[in-house]
Write a protein that binds this ligand. Structure first.
Ligand code: FES
Length: 192
């Protein structure tokens, strides 16, 4: 019996491609597909633009601002302080409360040379700056080292309840070189 020859599925060399194959190969180049891709690109750009603007709009509600801690605090009653230097607000408010016979004032604990926090040396009755060695007496007045002037004092007053209110943002300075002395101004101390 003669062997049956099956037709080959492969196209003959040189023959033109079938219509389905041609349509498949040209589908990505058809005007409709190109238009669709363009539309998709345009919409992507548009949504991206709107998204960025929306984020910028939201950013408006979160300003790049420094939130400083409150500068006003209640220090208690004058009777809470005995004569001398009180350090209870040094860590929290960077202040010393100083009580002398007849007056109470608050020294802002910042060296007037380059801003370090001096140490209170009770045994020597002085403030000593650990950075460059400036020294201040018990009223915060400089007498040694590179500090150019006494440490600043903070605004103090007695509120209606009889307690001491301190505002560290309002300072009183003494600067002998400039001929300035605000240490006896109202608000620089309270009479006790
Ligand atoms: S910062 Fe205090 S002596 Fe320099």
């Amino acid at each position: 019996m003669p062997e049956q020859i099956q037709p080959k599925s492969a196209e003959k060399p040189g023959a033109s491609p079938s219509p389905a194959a041609a349509a498949k190969s040209n589908s990505s180049d058809s005007p409709e597909v190109v238009n669709r891709q363009r539309r998709r690109l345009i919409w992507t750009c548009l949504w991206g633009y709107l998204g960025v603007n929306f984020l910028m709009f939201l950013r408006y509600f979160f300003p790049r601002a420094l939130f400083e801690p409150p500068t006003i605090y209640n220090a208690g009653y004058p009777a809470d302080f005995s004569l001398g230097i009180d350090q209870r607000f040094l860590q929290s408010e960077r202040c010393w409360v100083v009580r002398e016979p007849g007056r109470l004032f608050v020294i802002f604990a910042q060296c007037t040379h380059l801003g370090c926090t001096p140490d209170w040396e009770a045994a020597q009755n002085i403030f000593h700056c650990p950075c460059h060695g400036s020294e201040y007496d018990s009223e915060g007045v400089n007498f040694a080292g590179p500090a150019p002037r006494p440490m600043d004092r903070c605004f103090v007053q007695i509120d209606p309840s009889g307690q001491i209110v301190v505002d560290t943002s309002r300072r009183y300075i003494m600067d002998p070189a400039a001929g300035t002395n605000q240490f006896n101004d109202p608000g620089a101390y309270i009479a006790v």
